[in-house]
Design a protein around this ligand. Structure first.
Ligand SMILES: [Zn+2]
Length: 167
């Protein structure tokens, strides 16, 4: 298993100097450490985790987002969500797993699911050009996070700024 912390730190209660430095720089956060260690522990029981890669963990008010390498989402979710359920119990919060992808649309789809993207349009505002993701308004309030939280996480994962709009 690959995680934001090294293999030694995955199995230990303390951090090595390298990982400690990453934590101090803000390259990694406490939640990433906690969740990575929990997944490592679960990998004894769930073989699918052994060749999975955890890239980042982002916290929002109502849900924690785990970003995996492309193709690793299902390995971390587990059959019928068994693995994420255990992690969710540990941190007492819902979890959403999203795969990183070169294709921004795939990342957006993963973060919005089961809501679907209606369209992505270029819009012009006084502060420049933006990409606006339009989702049917029937999904408003059903994606577990605010528009601001969604936009921030999408920007962290894809490096691009998107606006989310329910219309
Ligand atoms: Zn380490």
């Amino acid at each position: 298993m690959k995680a934001p912390i090294c293999n030694v730190c995955l199995k230990s209660d303390v951090l090595c100097s390298n990982c400690e430095e990453k934590l101090e720089n803000g390259e990694i956060n406490e939640l990433e450490i906690q969740i990575s260690r929990k997944l490592k522990e679960l990998s004894d029981e769930y073989g699918s985790l052994r060749d999975s890669e955890i890239l980042h963990v982002y916290d929002t008010e109502n849900v924690v987002v785990i970003v995996t390498a492309e193709g690793d989402g299902a390995k971390v979710v587990g059959r019928s969500g068994e693995i994420v359920k255990k992690v969710a119990e540990e941190i007492d919060k819902s979890i959403r797993v999203v795969e990183k992808s070169e294709n921004d649309r795939e990342v957006i789809k993963g973060l919005l699911s089961p809501a679907e993207i209606e369209s992505v349009n270029t819009v012009f505002t006084p502060d420049g050009e933006h990409q606006k993701i339009v989702v049917d308004e029937e999904y408003k309030g059903k994606i577990n996070m605010s528009n601001e939280e969604f936009e921030e996480i999408i920007e962290k994962i894809t490096g691009s700024h998107y606006l989310l709009s329910f219309e």
